[in-house]
Write a protein of this length. Structure first.
Length: 343
């Protein structure tokens, strides 16, 4: 996984098509004026968030993120989106996008199926603050755009779940064609599980045979330089969402056997239980610092069966309760100050 995001060279043209000045956006974001002139544009997670936040602030159009994400010209797609567009089905396409995301940025695409529903969620692994709503809109809109173009027909999600407070409901429901639930515990697009089997009319086996082996080789080479512990924790962060992943689940995610994974962990001096605890602790800090989730929602997201188990674990980690820790957090204090400012 790269620790930086690569910004598309087409973004300046896309901004201009939305009547936005790239130089004004960069200035508002506090980024170098010559950023878009670089041959390859790389930014940190913090810089990416600043860029997209500036796009939202510079536009009077509530749907600007949706429009940027719904890019129809395939020549402007990144390689992961191109591979997805030419996959066999919607599910195959989303999984390819998720796999090749690891090559280009510290972001995961989670695809989880349960009770007849499949949820697609973007997770920014190095985020120290909540992701901008415009960026969330663009990411989820891209998934739908690839799906609709790939199936060659109507593709209507079951619903859209967003962590933000209710705003622009009509705009969002018109774009996605489904109802929106606000103040949820994730930003996710929910499809029927059967939608994942819908074939793509854009399937191109010959193109995939050329493109994917090259991408797979690059990905395998990059992953080979990461420690087993780092790979396990990255996989856990993608799997921890309302359940407790087993070592078998992680091994499947890493495309190795459970026995091989256990052997590698032993050789590195780590245990699965230890890494699960470390991952939960890191995620707990993120949720308490940069989200408004209730403590019981945080416990659920970390895969605890009940809030009491989470409270005990947190007390063991930090020597205090989650609520007291949160209240002492500079990030939460700043957020509280902003809420108390007069409108």
């Amino acid at each position: 996984m790269s620790d930086r995001f690569r910004v598309s060279s087409f973004l300046t043209r896309q901004l201009e098509e939305q009547n936005l000045s790239p130089s004004v956006v960069l200035r508002r974001a506090g980024l170098p004026s010559g950023l878009f002139e670089q041959e390859k544009i790389f930014v940190t997670t913090e810089e990416l968030f600043s860029l997209w936040r500036a796009i939202g602030e510079s536009s009077n159009e509530p749907a600007v993120g949706l429009k940027l994400g719904a890019e129809w010209q395939a020549e402007r797609y990144d390689l992961g989106s191109i591979a997805a567009l030419h996959s066999r089905s919607l599910g195959d396409g989303i999984r390819r996008m998720a796999r090749y995301k690891q090559l280009v940025c510290p972001e995961q695409i989670r695809l989880q199926t349960e009770r007849g529903e499949s949820a697609v969620e973007f997770v920014f692994l190095l985020a120290r603050q909540a992701e901008p709503t415009v960026l969330v809109d663009a990411c989820l809109s891209r998934i739908l755009a690839v799906g609709r173009r790939g199936t060659g027909g109507p593709l209507t999600p079951l619903r859209l779940e967003l962590t933000r407070r209710a705003q622009h409901r009509e705009v969002l429901e018109t774009h996605f064609g489904c109802r929106v639930r606000f103040e949820e515990n994730r930003n996710a697009l929910i499809f029927r599980a059967t939608d994942l089997d819908r074939p793509f009319v854009t399937h191109n086996a010959e193109l995939l045979a050329v493109l994917c082996p090259q991408l797979d080789t690059q990905l395998d080479s990059r992953l080979a330089h990461r420690s087993t512990s780092d790979r396990v924790k990255a996989a856990l962060k993608g799997l921890l969402a309302g359940r407790r992943p087993s070592i078998r689940d992680v091994a499947r995610e890493l495309n190795i056997s459970s026995r091989t994974l256990q052997r590698r962990l032993t050789e590195s001096g780590a245990t699965f239980k230890q890494l699960l605890g470390e991952t939960r602790r890191e995620l707990a800090h993120y949720y308490l610092n940069y989200s408004s989730f209730e403590l019981n929602e945080t416990a659920y997201l970390l895969g605890y069966e009940d809030p009491t188990s989470f409270f005990r674990a947190f007390q063991h980690w930090e020597g205090t309760s989650p609520n007291r820790w949160r209240m002492r957090s500079p990030c939460q204090s700043e957020a509280l100050s902003e809420k108390l400012e007069p409108m």
